[in-house]
Design a protein. Structure first.
Length: 168
């Protein structure tokens, strides 16, 4: 029994030393994609582009929201003193405007999400090209994205952001 334990221990130590040798030869890097989306000039340009593209519609939605709020306040404040027909007309106007607002808001969110996905895909494509160039030039064996924890010495995110800045 003692010989089996000794043999297993020796085998385990041998396997661990082989793994350590292999790991020492493996060159690994890490890229923080959230940081790229936050800090890379290409991502910042995409965000500004979307903001410009959707600002008019956003302002229109805000205007409609204020109009709805005003109608609701007017109804709550004056409902008891209004004639029945006037109250019904105001409630119908409020309901119609509310449905229109919800429809436009839903369309706005869908269009914005679609465009964000398009712009994000373009940024990721550029980042992946930069990562591949860095990997090839520095002879990385493996580059990881989005891990639970990584040693800062493996982080090449800054180099990718710089490559994206240089490439514009």
């Amino acid at each position: 029994m003692l010989k089996i334990k000794t043999f297993l221990l020796a085998s385990l130590l041998s396997a661990m030393s082989l793994t350590a040798v292999s790991a020492a030869e493996l060159k690994v890097g890490y890229v923080d994609t959230q940081r790229i989306f936050r800090d890379a000039p290409a991502a910042q340009r995409a965000a500004k582009k979307l903001e410009t593209e959707f600002s008019r519609r956003d302002q229109e939605l805000q205007r409609m929201a204020k109009q709805l709020q005003g109608l609701q306040e007017s109804l709550e404040k004056n409902a008891v003193t209004m004639a029945e027909s006037e109250r019904r007309a105001k409630e119908k106007e409020f309901g119609d405007l509310s449905r229109e607002f919800q429809r436009r808001q839903r369309e706005f969110r869908e269009d914005l999400n679609l465009r964000q996905n398009e712009e994000n895909a373009a940024v990721i494509e550029k980042a992946n090209r930069a990562i591949k160039q860095i990997a090839e030039s520095d002879k990385f064996d493996l580059i990881l994205q989005d891990v639970v924890w990584v040693s800062p010495r493996l982080d090449i995110t800054e180099r990718v952001i710089k490559a994206l800045s240089d490439g514009k």
